[in-house]
Design a binder for this molecule. Structure first.
Ligand SMILES: C[S@@+](CC[C@H](N)C(=O)[O-])C[C@H]1O[C@@H](n2cnc3c(N)ncnc32)[C@H](O)[C@@H]1O
Length: 251
């Protein structure tokens, strides 16, 4: 192998996915300088617990992500509010509360639309929160980016963060957190954000406790994301709209 090819291969961004409990892992592994964290933490339904049991666990996961991020790194959360036990579960608010408690400043708060405005959904919000925090990184107003994203981008799985949301996060990490060389993604699912991190030249470390998803995340490619997203859209078109548009009734 030529020296040039060897050097290129050595500098290729790596991807490692651990099959492990992300909460235990974050507790046991303080992150080194050069890491930023991107997380989409599990919903009440994914942990199969009551709302009362889920909430402190969710907040502890947010706390661990924020604490694990070095001061010159960024912590990004992608969270979708939901309905559980007849109540609204405001995950964006919970994450903001934890960051305020730890004194980690908010860099930006974006809304990512999941459905067109004026659509009623039964179990989840039609939007997600994309939130970025950092202790030392700042972004000048002259470099502001849109606050409302029209959709998640391509999603190979219904729970995925989506390529557009991930690109938004990586772009700002690359531009404003130059010390970052590795993106750590606890609860990485099938690894959409890890693929995007690699495309931005970052090494990527995912942690996922579902063995099958962890395996998928190790090898997921952009072509597979594109194909799975296309199949998902086709299925949706065949099924027709499942959610009705709401028209407020005049009292
Ligand atoms: C909201 S999904 C994340 C989806 C991911 N952002 C993507 O784009 O594919 C949450 C993921 O966390 C995983 N998970 C739940 N509890 C976990 C834990 N304690 N440790 C590691 N992974 C966990 C679930 O298996 C699920 O894949």
């Amino acid at each position: 192998m030529s020296l040039l090819r060897f050097r290129r291969r050595m500098s290729e961004p790596s991807r490692t996915v651990l099959h492990a409990d992300a909460i235990d892992w974050l507790r046991d592994h303080p992150l080194q300088a050069g890491c930023s964290v991107v997380a989409s933490m599990p919903d009440v339904s994914e942990w199969g617990v009551t709302l009362a049991a889920w909430k402190p666990r969710f907040k502890e996961a947010a706390r661990l992500c924020l604490r694990a991020t070095p001061p010159d790194g960024v912590t990004v959360f992608f969270q979708t509010d939901a309905r559980a036990e007849g109540r609204w579960v405001g995950k964006g608010g919970l994450v903001l509360g934890v960051a305020a408690e730890l004194g980690v400043p908010l860099l930006w708060h974006k809304i990512v639309l999941q459905r067109p405005p004026n659509t009623s959904l039964h179990a989840r919000a039609g939007y997600s929160h994309l939130l970025a925090f950092s202790r030392a990184v700042t972004i000048p107003g002259s470099h502001a980016s849109p606050d409302v994203l029209p959709d998640r981008g391509m999603i190979p799985w219904s729970h995925s963060m989506g390529t557009r949301a991930a690109v938004r996060a990586m772009r700002d990490i690359r531009a404003f957190a130059p010390a970052t060389h590795t993106i750590v993604q606890p609860f990485c699912g099938i690894g959409t954000a890890l693929v995007i991190a690699n495309r931005f030249g970052f090494h990527a470390l995912g942690i996922e406790w579902n063995r099958r998803r962890a395996e998928q995340a190790r090898t997921l490619t952009m072509d597979e994301i594109r194909a799975a997203d296309g199949e998902r859209l086709e299925r949706r078109q065949r099924r027709g709209p499942r959610h009705k548009k709401s028209e407020p009734q005049t009292p």
